[in-house]
Each structure stands twice: as C-alpha cells, then as structure tokens.
Design a protein around this ligand. Sequence first.
Ligand code: CA
Length: 221
Amino acid sequence: MRILYVEDEKFLADAVIHVLDKNGIAVEWVADGEDGLELALKPIYDAIVLDVMLPKMSGFDILRRVREKGVKTPIIMLSALSQAEDKIRGLDYGADDYLAKPFKTAELVARLRALARRPVLQDEKLLCFGDLYYDLENRSLNDIPLTEKEALLMETLLRNPDRAQNKDYLLHHIWGSDNFGDGNYVEVYISYLRKKLQKLKSSVEIKTIRNLGYKLVNKAE
Ligand code: CA
C-alpha cells in the first residue's frame, strides 16, 4: 500500500510515517498545499491523508480540485478543528473519511486499511495500473504524450490487465485487416512502449507471454 501524506507539522508527520512504515504502508510526504495538489492529482496512490490547515493552499482546496479533475483516490481529511461543520464540508467535497486531531496513529492505520479494501474506480478519463495513469483524452501516459498507435496499444493493454493480448489480435485491432500477418508492427511498437516505461521508471513492464502475447505486469506487487 502506498499513500500520499500532506502535513506541515514535521514532528507529527515523522511520528505518523514511522508507524505507517512499521505497518507496511509506504508514505510519500509533502509539507505544503501546492506540492500536495500536484502529487494528489496523480492517481497513483492507494489513499491520500490530507491535513486541512496547510501553507499555500488548504486541504479543502486540494480536495475540491482533485475531485474536479476526476481523480477518485480515497482521501482522509485530518483537522484540528474538530467541529461538525468541518467534517460535513470535507465529506461534501468528496472526502471518504475524516479524523479529528489529535488522533491515535493506530486509528489512522485502521481507516487506511478499510479504504484500501474498497476498489478505486477512477474517472473514465483515466485508465490506471500500478503507478501508471493513462489519460484517454490527451493520449498521455503519466503526462508523457504517446503517438496514435502507441496510445491504442497501451489502452488495449490497460483495459485488459489480467489477460495476455494476442499479437494477431493487436495487429488487427490497431492496424486493421490490411496488415494482417505482419506482426512486426506490434513488436516494434511494444518496444517503443517499453522504452517509455523505462524512461518513466515505472514499476510496470510489458511481459511477453510465449504463444499468448503481451501483458502488463506490476513488479511492485
Ligand atoms: Ca496543519
């Protein structure tokens, strides 16, 4: 499990990260709202823990912007203002849970585990797998633009993460029936995509399954 934690109080962050780490939860920590928003927009985390009072941009503003962009990563809000109003506001903006400060870290771990058990269905604008997110509108992979054929190939692999995609099927599906039999196209474009995955330092690779085709595999799992 991998989470984003946006918190400006360093001593608190250190203590929380220590306990989460012991529970096998990897944490990416940032201390201000702007950095928090930038990372929160990447749908690569299993959950986001978001403080409300932050420098540069509040947790509520981050939450609102993230949901507007269609990113549906589960979010737990943390607030020292333990007023009912704050809680309602957070839930209205699309937070999944709310924890009043001070809280017991064990409680946070339990809530994160509960959220992680729910499947995250990101917006239909995005296809996600491992640390990859593909934007269907811009045809970009983790914000890197793909060419038309690369995009179609990546999209097919992302839509079928559990099944190997047969080379002939990919050729027919992406290049059309005129090119039937020339599997080189597929091999060449698979190699282009592999280079892009390497460039992104992604934990995902395209595996060749003998006699079956190609499949995405997440090495981080
Ligand atoms: Ca704060």
